[in-house]
Design a binder for this molecule. Structure first.
Ligand code: UDP
Ligand code: MG
Length: 321
C-alpha cells in the first residue's frame, strides 16, 4: 500500500486495525481499559479487532473479559501458563488479521491519545511508529541508571540500533507483522527484534502514566534476565571477548618468560616467588570460570532453541473463526 492509499483509507476509516493487549493479573483495570480502548477504536476505524492475550492470570482477569467478548469485537487467547509478555505479544501478532497492529498494555500506562498520532505516521508511509518514554521519573534512580547503562552497552556491542527508552507500545504495518511472524526464536528480546526487522520507523514521544491499578509484574531479577537475553541474542561480543583476553594474557606471559630467562642467564637463579604463583593461579582460574560461565549462558540458549518446543500453549481461544 503506498502512502496516498494509506491516507485515503485512514480518512475513510477503512483500515483494519488489530489491537493487541497482553494481560496478566489485571482484574482491577482490564474491564475499564477494554471499554476505553473499544470506544477509541470505534472513533478511528469501522473495522477493528481487540485481541487480549491472557498470560495465565491467577486472578479473575479472564472471567471479567469473557462477557465483553460477546458484546464487543474482543477476541481472547488464554495461555496454559505464564509465558511472559513478549510471547503474549507474539501470540497476538500470529492471530491478528489487521492491516496494522497496535500493541498496547492493558493497564492504562500507554495513553490512548497516541494512537491517532501513530496512524498519521502510518499514513505518511512509516511502517512502524513506536512510543518512546519522555521521562522515567516514575522509576527508581537505580532502575533508570541500569536502563541507561544497558542501552549504552547494547549500542556498543550489537549491530542493530535499538532506540533507548522505546517500549512495546507501537504500531506495526502488515509487512512488519508478517516479518515478525517468520521469526522462530524462543528467547525473544522484542525491542531488539523490532529493530532487527528493519523497515521505515519513527519515534513518538509520550509520558508513561502511572498504573491505573494492580502492580507491575517486573521484578529486578526479571529485568536482569531480560537484559541478559537481549545481550546474548544480539551480540557475540561477550564470546569473542575471552579470546581477546586470552591473547593479551598469553602475550604478557610470553614477555614475562623472556624476562625470567634473561634474568636467570645474566644474574643466576633467585629464590622463586610463592606470591606470584598463587596470584597467577587464582587469577587465571577466575578468568577461566568466568569465561566458561559466559559460554554456558550461550549454550543454555542454544539448548533452549534446539528443543524446538512451541513458543506457547493455548488453553482457550475465544472469538476467532
Ligand atoms: N504482562 C504479561 N505477562 C507477564 C507480565 C506482564 O502479559 O508475565 C502484561 C501486563 O498485563 C501489562 C503489560 O504486560 O499489560 C506490561 O506489564 P507491567 O505493567 O507489569 O510492566 P511495566 O508497565 O511495569 O513495564
Ligand atoms: Mg505497566
Amino acid at each position: 500500500m503506498n502512502s496516498s492509499d494509506r491516507a485515503k483509507r485512514l480518512d475513510n476509516k477503512q483500515i483494519f486495525i488489530s489491537y493487541i493487549v497482553p494481560a496478566y493479573n489485571e482484574e482491577d483495570v482490564i474491564e475499564s481499559f477494554l471499554l476505553a480502548l473499544d470506544a477509541k477504536a470505534k472513533e478511528l476505524s469501522q473495522q477493528y479487532e481487540i485481541i487480549v492475550v491472557d498470560d495465565a492470570s491467577q486472578d479473575t482477569t479472564f472471567d471479567k473479559m469473557l462477557p465483553l467478548s460477546d458484546a464487543y469485537p474482543i477476541k481472547l487467547l488464554k495461555f496454559s501458563r505464564n509465558f511472559g509478555k513478549e510471547i503474549a505479544l507474539s501470540a497476538g501478532l500470529e492471530h491478528c488479521q489487521g492491516d496494522v497492529a497496535i500493541l498496547i498494555d492493558g493497564d492504562f500506562q500507554h495513553p490512548l491519545d497516541l494512537i491517532p498520532e501513530f496512524l498519521q505516521h502510518w499514513a505518511k508511509g512509516y511502517d512502524m511508529a513506536y512510543g518512546v518514554r519522555k521521562s522515567r521519573e516514575h522509576e527508581s534512580r537505580i532502575k533508570r541508571g541500569f536502563a541507561k547503562f544497558f542501552y549504552r552497552l547494547m549500542g556498543k556491542i550489537t549491530k542493530v540500533n535499538i532506540p533507548p527508552n522505546a517500549g512495546d507500545y507501537r504500531l506495526l504495518d502488515r509487512c512488519i507483522i508478517d516479518a515478525l511472524n517468520t521469526i522462530e526464536e524462543r528467547s525473544r528480546f522484542m525491542k531488539g527484534i523490532y529493530a532487527w526487522v528493519g523497515f521505515k520507523s519513527i519515534a513518538v514521544e509520550f509520558d508513561v502514566k502511572k498504573r491505573a491499578g494492580g502492580t507491575s509484574s517486573w521484578s529486578f531479577g526479571s529485568l536482569a534476565e531480560l537484559a541478559i537475553t537481549g545481550i546474548t541474542s544480539f551480540s557475540e561480543i561477550p564470546l569473542r571477548f575471552w579470546g581477546f583476553i586470552g591473547l593479551v594474557i598469553s602475550l604478557l606471559s610470553f614477555l614475562y618468560a623472556v624476562y625470567i630467562i634473561c634474568e636467570t642467564l645474566f644474574f643466576g637463579i633467585s629464590t622463586p616467588g610463592f606470591a606470584t604463583l598463587i596470584v597467577a593461579i587464582t587469577f587465571l582460574g577466575g578468568i577461566q570460570l568466568l569465561s566458561i560461565g559466559i559460554l554456558g549462558e550461550y549454550i543454555g540458549r542454544i539448548f533452549n532453541e534446539v528443543k524446538q518446543r512451541p513458543l506457547y500453549i493455548l488453553a482457550k481461544k475465544i472469538g476467532f473463526d
